[in-house]
Ligand binder design. Structure first.
Ligand code: PBG
Length: 331
């Protein structure tokens, strides 16, 4: 048998930089900060007490007044912003509650802006699905298909109503073709040139939106596959983002986040505006369920999740953990 040569320790040792917490902290390539986190919040018409959402433990449908407590806390924690979703008492075929100046979302926008002023960026979901009785993101044709161009007219009205209510940034999320251009034109024509647009650009028809449908009491039957994207497509996600930038989007978003981190990276490399990613309801529910069973260590898993989304290229992350993560980061 030949002699085994003596083994010398390698002189190149990446582990040296992992020796102490201080050193690891110093060389960390990525760190999420509260200012980059946006908290989605639900406000529901006609309730006296906040209502828990069973599939999203810890998240509630707010009353108009409990919402104000949540946004004040968000501001104190130094979050980047809040994204408001409204749940009307009555839904109809055209989603009238979305454009009604006295609709729950428009009233909530005014309340929130009055409460927090410029301390937070106040954003609102610009979509019809919470307001329609069929649950689709647009108005329907006689044979039940989502009518792109008639929906755009409704989005223009909704943009004007939200801007009039005082919103800082609107989030068109219905995946209608041309929605960003139409919203930009409507805002400019109404002299709301400073209201910015966070475009849900690459939004996929995803099973991970499940708990959100409970959160907004969605009446959707069927799916959104004729307007939201197909999960196999990443090049198309980049195309959607580039179109939205050309139409005037100030920020483009990829949604969901975790199953689409490659799309986040590709979009980040392709555009010259900030990129957001939405850590959606199903992603929240999965981790919470595992943690509740004692199967995962909740707090590190939350921070690892948000760090990963940021590392993939998201400058801004929408997450139901925004307030909690800010507290964890301050430790
Ligand atoms: C549409 C909208 C949805 C979500 C945000 N905006 C639902 C959908 O497209 O079906 C999902 C958010 C989440 O799952 O956390 N208004």
């Amino acid at each position: 048998m030949s002699e085994v040569p003596p083994v010398h320790g390698p002189t190149i040792r990446p582990r040296r930089l992992r020796t102490t917490p201080a050193l690891r902290r110093m060389v960390a390539e990525t760190s999420v900060e509260p200012r980059q986190l946006v908290l989605p919040l639900f406000v529901r018409e006609g309730i006296d007490e906040p209502q828990p959402i069973s599939s999203m433990p810890g998240v509630v449908q707010h009353t108009r007044s409990s919402l104000l407590g949540a946004v004040t806390e968000a501001a104190e924690l130094g979050l980047g912003g809040v994204m408001l979703f409204g749940i009307p008492a009555e839904k109809d075929a055209v989603g009238s509650g979305a454009t009604d100046p006295n609709g729950v979302l428009n009233l909530a926008i005014t309340d929130v802006v009055a409460e927090v002023g410029d301390a937070l960026t106040v954003m609102s979901d610009l979509c019809l699905d919470e307001f329609t009785d069929h649950g689709h993101c647009g108005v329907l044709t006689a044979d039940g298909r989502v009518d792109n161009d008639r929906t755009l007219e409704a989005y223009a009205d909704m943009a004007r109503a939200q801007a009039h209510a005082g919103v800082d940034m609107v989030g068109p999320s219905g995946m209608m073709d041309g929605q960003v251009a139409v919203v930009r034109e409507a805002l400019d024509a109404a002299e709301h040139t400073d209201v910015s647009i966070l475009a849900y650009s690459a939004k996929y028809a995803s099973a991970f939106f499940g708990p959100f449908r409970e959160a907004v009491d969605s009446s959707l039957v069927g799916d959104r596959r004729t307007y939201q994207q197909d999960s196999p497509n990443a090049v198309e996600g980049v195309r959607e983002a580039l179109l939205d930038v050309a139409e005037g989007a100030d920020i483009v978003m990829v949604k969901p986040a975790l199953a689409y981190l490659d799309v986040v990276r590709r979009v980040r490399d392709a555009v010259d505006v900030p990129v957001a990613a939405y850590n959606v309801s199903g992603e929240y529910a999965m981790l919470e369920a595992a943690a509740a069973n004692g199967w995962i260590d909740r707090e590190p898993a939350i921070l690892e999740t948000l760090t990963a989304i940021h590392r993939a290229g998201a400058d801004v992350v929408l997450t139901y953990w925004a307030a909690e993560a800010a507290r964890l980061l301050a430790r």
